[in-house]
Ligand binder design. Structure first.
Ligand code: PLP
Length: 396
C-alpha cells in the first residue's frame, strides 16, 4: 500500500520538475500525425516529429496495414517462438535484410527492446562494450543489462575511442556501439573511422540507425551507405517508428550468427509479444515504396536544404549538418523556452531543448523537417521564425 510519505516524496519531486521547467506535459493531438496537426490549442504546423519521409499517415500504408489485419488478424496473442510467427513476419525480416544489405534480421516490438536485448546474449564478463557518450537511452540501458566491461568515449572523439579500444585490449570481444545520427545535433557518426579502428583493434561495430534508416545515404539505407561501410558493420539496430511509417516496432539486422544467437537468447524477443500483423503489413508496404526508388527522400533532402537556407538567410545560428534535424542554436535557456512558446502562438509546433537534455549553455530549438511539408508551409514557418527571432532579439 502506498504510504503518505511516498506520495509526499513524489509530489515534491514533481514540484521540483515543474519549478525547473522539466516537467513533461503532453500536447494532445486531435488529428493524425502530419505536417499539419490539430491540437486542442488549434491548428499547428508540425516541426518536431520523426515523420521524416512523411509516411505516418500515408493512405497506401494505411490501406496495406488494414489489409494485413483483415488477412492475418488483429493479434497473435503469443511470442514468436510459441505460435506468434506468421509468413509476413519472416517476409519482413527478409525484406529488411535486403534493404539494409545484411545477412539476417530479427524483429522486436520496438527499437528500445532491440537495444535492450542485443548486448546481453552476445557479451559476457570477459568482453567489453565501448559506447559514444551521447548514445540513446535504450543503448545505455541495454549495455547495463550485460556483464561486459563498459567504456564510454567522448562524443565522436576518435582518439578517445582508440584509447578505450587499447584499454579493452585484453577482452575476448570488443563491441563499439554508436547512434548513426545523433538526435540532438543531427550529426552523423564517423563510421568510416570507427570501422577502421574496429579493424585495427579487432572489434565489432553496432550502429543504431533509428534516425537514419529510410533517408540517410544515397538510397536511404542509412549511415552505413552514407559512408560506404555497410559490409563492415556487424549489427544495425533500427526502428519502424520514425521514417519507416512511424507506427512502432524495430529490429536488429546483421551477421547471421549473431542474429541466430539473439533468436535463442534475447529476452525482449523471447518474452514479449510478436509484432501485430497490421504493423508488419504497413512496414512491408513502406519498404516497397522506398526500396527501388525513394521520392520521399528526395523531397526531404530538398526541403531540408531549402528551409535551412531560409533560416540562415534570416541570420539564425545553425551548425553544419546534412540530416533533417536542424538545431537552431539560441544558447540561453530562458530565451529558448520563450521562443518556443511564441512560435506555438504563431501556429508553429517546435520544442525547445534545454539543460540537461543538451549541455548547459547549448539550448536550442530543434527542427525536424518532413517530406510531408509543403514549400508553402516551410515559407510560413521561416516567416514565423524571423518574426519571433526579432522579437526575442536572437536575430536583427
Ligand atoms: C527513437 C530511438 C530509439 C527507440 O525506438 P523505438 O522503436 O521507438 O523504441 C532507439 N534508438 C534511437 C537512437 C532512437 O532515436
Amino acid at each position: 500500500m502506498i504510504t503518505n510519505a511516498m506520495r509526499e516524496t513524489i509530489a515534491k519531486e514533481m514540484d521540483q520538475l515543474k519549478g525547473t521547467g522539466m516537467y513533461k506535459a503532453e500536447q494532445i493531438l486531435v488529428s493524425p500525425q502530419g505536417s499539419i496537426i490539430e491540437t486542442n490549442q488549434g491548428r499547428m504546423l508540425n516541426f518536431c516529429s520523426n515523420n521524416y519521409l512523411g509516411l505516418s499517415n500515408h493512405p497506401e500504408i494505411i490501406k496495406a496495414a488494414g489489409k494485413a489485419m483483415e488477412q492475418w488478424g488483429y493479434g497473435l496473442s503469443s511470442v514468436r517462438f510459441i505460435c506468434g510467427t506468421q509468413e509476413p513476419h519472416k517476409e519482413l525480416e527478409k525484406r529488411m535484410s535486403a534493404f539494409l544489405g545484411t545477412e539476417d534480421t530479427i524483429l522486436y516490438a520496438a527499437c528500445f527492446d532491440a537495444n535492450g536485448g542485443v548486448f546481453e546474449p552476445l557479451l559476457g564478463l570477459e568482453d567489453a562494450v565501448i559506447s559514444d557518450e551521447l548514445n540513446h537511452a535504450s543503448i545505455i540501458d541495454g549495455v547495463r543489462l550485460c556483464k561486459a566491461q563498459r567504456f564510454r568515449y567522448a562524443h565522436s572523439d576518435m582518439q578517445d575511442l582508440e584509447s578505450c579500444l587499447q584499454q579493452a585490449g585484453k577482452s575476448r570481444y570488443r563491441l563499439i556501439c554508436t547512434d548513426g545520427v545523433f538526435s540532438m545535433d543531427g550529426d552523423i557518426a564517423r563510421l568510416g573511422e570507427i570501422c577502421d579502428l574496429a579493424e585495427r583493434y579487432n572489434a565489432l561495430v553496432l550502429v543504431d540507425d533509428s534516425h537514419a534508416t529510410g533517408y540517410i545515404g544515397s538510397s536511404g539505407r542509412g549511415t552505413g551507405e552514407y559512408w560506404g561501410v555497410t559490409d563492415r558493420i556487424d549489427l544495425i539496430t533500427t526502428t519502424f517508428g520514425k521514417a519507416l511509417g512511424g507506427a512502432s516496432g524495430g529490429c536488429v539486422s546483421g551477421r547471421k550468427e549473431l542474429i541466430e544467437m539473439l533468436r535463442q537468447r534475447s529476452r525482449p524477443y523471447l518474452f514479449s509479444n510478436t509484432l501485430a500483423p497490421a504493423i508488419v503489413g504497413g512496414t512491408l508496404k513502406v519498404l516497397e515504396m522506398i526500396e527501388t526508388d525513394n521520392p520521399f527522400r528526395t523531397t526531404l533532402i530538398d526541403h531540408t536544404a531549402y528551409f535551412k537556407g531560409l533560416l540562415k538567410g534570416h541570420g539564425f545560428d545553425i551548425p553544419e549538418g546534412e540530416t533533417a534535424i536542424i538545431p537552431v542554436m539560441i544558447y540561453d535557456e530562458q530565451t529558448t523556452v520563450k521562443t518556443a512558446h511564441k512560435l506555438h502562438d504563431q501556429g508553429i509546433y517546435v520544442i525547445g531543448f534545454t539543460y540537461p537534455v543538451v549541455s548547459k549553455g547549448k539550448a536550442r530549438i530543434r527542427i525536424q523537417v518532413s517530406a510531408a511539408h509543403t514549400r508553402d508551409e516551410l515559407d510560413q514557418a521561416a516567416h514565423a521564425f524571423a518574426k519571433v527571432g526579432k522579437e526575442m532579439g536572437i536575430i536583427t
